[in-house]
Design a protein around this ligand. Sequence first.
Ligand code: GLY
Ligand code: MN
Ligand code: MN
Length: 439
Amino acid sequence: MTDVLADLYPAHLQVQKERTDRALAESRFDHLVVFAGTPRYQFLDDMAYPFKVNPHFKTWVPVVDNPNCWLVYTPGEAPRLVYWQPVDYWHKPAGAPSGFWTSHFDVRVIASENDAKQHFPTSGRTALVGETTESFGFDLNPEELLNALHFERARKTDYELECLRRANARAVRGHRAAERAFRNGASEYEIHLDYLRAADHTEDELPYGNIIAVNENASVLHYYLHGRQRLDPHRRHSFLIDAGASWNGYASDVTRTYSANESDEFHDLIAAMDEAQQAICDEVKPGVAYPDLHLAAHQRVANILARFDFVSLDPQAIVEKRISSTFLPHGVGHFLGLQVHDVGGFMADRSGKTIEKPEGHPYLRLTRTIEPRQVFTIEPGFYFIEPLLAELQKSDNAQYVNWPKVDAFRKFGGIRIEDDLAVTETGYENLTRNAFANA
Ligand code: GLY
Ligand code: MN
Ligand code: MN
């Protein structure tokens, strides 16, 4: 059976070439050279950190685990892949390039890092993109070129959308296993291991560190610890898991929150947040300004604060007095693709002009107008965060808060529900919910 990705890839590569041709012409370059990156070593040690490939490299070729490779592109010519295959008995060298993409490249295998430059352009102006201190006389990471490429990267090709669907399906396999492990009384660490096995990932292959948070740990937005403690059923209240997966270098980013007990009010709060998250998703269509979705999330969190009697003000006043920001202190989402927080979220156009964040919302990462083929997350949250509640308690707004009720919910930590959406001509495809429905 041929892989549909093999059928979609040539058109993806064509788009990649056209975008690069235009960006090179605008910034008056004749060639593009992209460095995949090289391992970084720990201080005073010969152990490298996990290798993370340059996204400008993996957008051309789905090779994510072989450092010291180069992409050399001249408009009108087949892209050249300088492929590193050292003779090395300490490490396992990469195998020969293989897969549906290889026939599209002029592949040059090198055994030594120093051999790469033999395959570089020798005339004209060359832009070099990557993390390197040696520029070979080329223009290193020229801003005008990068701005154009970053702006365009928001529009995913069909190949990229399929990779993102698969990255979601893979994450969902992990999420299902993780929920089962939580309900069986596993520790955070054990849940993490079950996730990895079900997603068929090593830790280094994850697009970001798993957030596996039981009880009040769910109030820590980036909780990267994996506690070893198993909790008795009566001490298990809630479970938040923010975990993604990778497919050919594309990331999914998925969060679910569960209540240990179906009959408690936290269960109802999750249901209310799920309904709110779906309502925000339903506002997604071309032409909408993404910050409006962020403001809609505050409105909906404020409705819930009032409805569940956490705050005795009408929802509008809750937003105006910025009380909702205590409970939702992050942005409602961000671009997703080659990177979990994909670039270009603030760009007004390809020249690098930016669109400001709404005042009072410093953590929003996406201010662009929604267009077809964009992929972003929608991830409203509702948390009981110790330091933010302490600030609220000291403020004038403390008088409106039902503190005994808030205190009773601290043990649950919080809620986040995060889906990955691909924008269509008229609305959106929910990559995450579709994956859960088909799992
Ligand atoms: N997992 C990181 C984020 O949701 O942005
Ligand atoms: Mn996210
Ligand atoms: Mn996430």
